[in-house]
Design a protein around this ligand. Structure first.
Ligand code: NOJ
Length: 540
């Protein structure tokens, strides 16, 4: 394959690692992670074998939602460093063949963004229509739309006597993507980063971008939480058909540059793989990747995993490509979500193999590679606005955003001073340094798996076919040209009788229970929580 073509496939073949910059590595001792800290850890990421990093927002922000409220798209927030630091990060990452993906938060801005300050200054301001203003009688809401983080989605503005829309916090007013000037201004911001050499974007809440032009009220459905937002069917405040056209224009902009990509966050209340896949268009004219969050709430059950993978993969267009994600900065970490007592550790190995050997781009959230758990945050230290509002019913998202556990030094080697969020109580035993030195650690398992994925075309790009073997075990083939790999994942803490008798000779590539390199014709059982990937070495 030509070098250029290979490079354009980086986001399909490689593993992408999500960094929550506040919590990754603090270089200046203020207790908050920063860009220089990320640069210090690039060698670690290179050794882990990842192809790209996605950074949660680092743009200038008053931090009402920790960067998901941008006040200047072209500036780096001083808490993370300077533009020079960021340019150095791009250069240093590229030197190690690591791509850099930025979070683009463009459904809304901060209420302190100059555009919104203009927009709210008077009804006649040329930027008035860059945001969504409706209604002119206080107390009479324009419709029944609710904010995702609680309360009405409409905030009254005393000075100009109208409501503005905010799908999240009132400090995050939604922009009006139907306004051509706003769109032009946003596209100029995107181009600014493309010119700087950014390799890709993660599009925050992409399915919220366009709202119903008639502002119809949502019908009621049956929600899961006692949160008014969940009692509605969100058919008018998101997932509007006009989004297709906007994403096409967005894709055309990226296609002007080589090998750039975008991955969209598609919000849905319950598993809805077809919705995520819909935003891939025909696979060439919309998003490159779309997150399907079906796994975020499902039980540890191999048949459920299979069902959900099949549903998602089944809705991907022919030219499209899936991705796999088990954790992020908004969800309880997989270790805590799927783990029960001693089983948590073993399940983390099974999940690691599933993530890295599944067809589609794996997204790995920082700390998952060492099995970080969700931390219970005392009320006095809650930072997340969601936790502040809903505690104790919902403690918010700080628990999955705690500092990376680098070593057993004070503050886990994350910082020289007290971190912005408490550390997990297990950091002295569970950290990067000790796992690098331990045979059989989760971190070394991830490193082996990622190295294997790099080596083997079948795992990177091959077809996927499930084997129906025995309940509690997920098994599949990955094949490409002459290569064939077979994966066994025993989801249960019990031995499974199973006669593996496929034709030819098989060799262990990576396994929790078998020696790599071991060869055999057949085997009779799978060990409790065994995760094994084999390759076929000779057809008989
Ligand atoms: C989704 C992001 O992942 C989340 O962290 C943020 O709070 C909301 N979008 C609002 O931007």
């Amino acid at each position: 394959m030509a070098q250029k073509e290979m490079e354009s496939l980086w986001w399909k073949e490689g593993v992408i690692y999500q960094i929550y910059p506040r919590s990754f590595k603090d270089s200046n001792g203020d207790g908050v992670g920063d860009i220089a800290g990320i640069i210090e850890k690039l060698n670690y990421l290179q050794d882990l074998g990842i192809a790209g990093i996605w950074l949660s927002p680092i743009n200038a922000s008053p931090m009402f939602d920790f960067g998901y409220d941008v006040s200047d798209y072209r500036a780096i927030d001083p808490v993370f460093g300077t533009m020079k630091d960021f340019e150095r990060l791009i250069k240093e990452a590229h030197r190690r063949k690591i791509r850099v993906i930025m979070d683009l938060v463009m459904n809304h801005t901060s209420h302190l963004h100059p555009w919104f300050i203009e927009s709210r200054s008077s009804r006649n301001n040329p930027m008035r229509d860059w945001y969504i203003w409706r209604g002119d009688k206080k107390g009479e809401y324009p419709n029944n739309w609710m904010a995702y983080f609680g309360g009405r989605a409409w905030e009254w503005d005393e000075k100009t006597g109208q409501y503005y829309l905010h799908s999240f916090l009132k400090e995050q007013p939604d922009v009006n993507w139907r306004n051509p000037d706003l769109k032009k201004a946003m596209f100029a911001e995107i181009r600014f980063w493309l010119e700087k050499g950014i390799d890709g974007f993660r599009l925050d809440v992409v399915n919220f971008f366009i709202k119903d032009n008639l502002f119809r009220s949502n019908p009621f459905g049956i929600g899961k939480y006692p949160r008014p937002y969940d009692l509605q069917k969100h058919i008018y405040d998101r997932d509007r058909p006009e989004l297709t056209e906007l994403l096409q224009a967005w894709r055309a902009l990226l296609d002007e540059y080589d090998a750039r990509m975008m991955v969209g966050e598609v919000v849905a209340e319950k598993p809805h793989p077809a919705l995520a896949a819909q935003y891939l268009g025909d696979g060439t004219d919309a998003l490159h990747l779309a997150f399907d969050f079906s796994f975020m709430n499902n039980k540890w059950d191999s048949s459920l995993f299979k069902k959900r993978i099949e549903a998602y993969h089944g809705s991907i267009p022919k030219e499209g490509w899936p991705c796999t994600v088990f954790s992020n900065h908004d969800q309880v970490r997989s270790f805590t979500r799927y783990g029960r007592g001693d089983d948590a550790e073993k399940r983390a190995f099974v999940l690691a193999m599933l993530l890295v050997t599944m067809r589609g781009t794996p997204f790995l959230y920082y700390g998952e590679e060492i099995g970080m758990k969700n931390v219970r945050i005392p009320k006095s230290r809650i930072q997340d606005p969601v936790g502040k509002r809903y505690w104790p019913f919902n403690p918010g998202r700080d628990g999955e955003r705690t500092p990376m556990q680098w070593s057993n030094e004070e503050y886990a080697g994350f910082s020289k001073s007290e971190p912005w969020l408490p550390l997990a109580d297990d950091y002295r035993e569970k950290n990067v340094e000790c796992q690098l030195n331990a045979n059989g650690s989760l971190l070394n398992f991830y490193r082996d798996l990622i190295a294997l994925r790099k080596e083997r075309e079948a795992l990177r790009m091959g077809d996927l076919m499930f084997n129906d073997i025995t309940p509690g075990v997920l098994s599949y083939m990955r094949s490409a040209r002459k290569e064939e790999s077979c994966v066994f994942l025993n989801f249960e803490n019990s031995e499974k009788k199973y006669s593996f008798n496929a034709s030819g000779i098989w060799r262990v590539l990576v396994s929790t229970h078998r020696k790599s390199g071991e060869q055999f014709h057949s085997f009779e059982k799978l060990f409790p929580y065994e995760a094994t990937v084999l390759e076929s070495i000779r057809k008989s």
